[in-house]
Design a protein. Structure first.
Length: 104
């Protein structure tokens, strides 16, 4: 017997929403860490909670090094391979030109 599917919609109860965020955030960081270790990948994860609190994870290199590599890759005019970004509301990956990332 497997787990039931939950409907993907905003959780209206703020306490339940915060508890879900905490649990899923931990799981998301765990997956990012596993991807970094198992595949020797540079992984950067940036999450802002609904209250605006910043959570970040960098695996492989520092966050600033990964973000700089991202900026260099997205601003390179001669792209031999497409860059894939996950769309916010779909589960498919799309090859798109990302907006420029402004670093402080």
């Amino acid at each position: 017997m497997g787990r039931g599917k939950i409907e993907m919609k905003r959780i209206e109860n703020s306490t339940s929403r915060q508890v879900t965020f905490c649990k899923r955030h931990v799981g998301l960081v765990k997956k990012a860490r596993e991807l970094s270790i198992l595949c020797d990948a540079d992984v950067a994860l940036i999450v802002f909670s609904s209250s605006g609190r910043l959570f970040e994870y960098a695996g492989g290199r520092s966050m600033s090094e990964i973000l700089q590599a991202y900026c260099d890759a997205t601003h390179n005019e001669d792209r031999s391979r497409p860059i894939f970004h996950e769309a916010k509301d779909t589960t498919d990956f799309e090859a798109v030109s990302p907006p420029p990332l402004i670093l402080p």
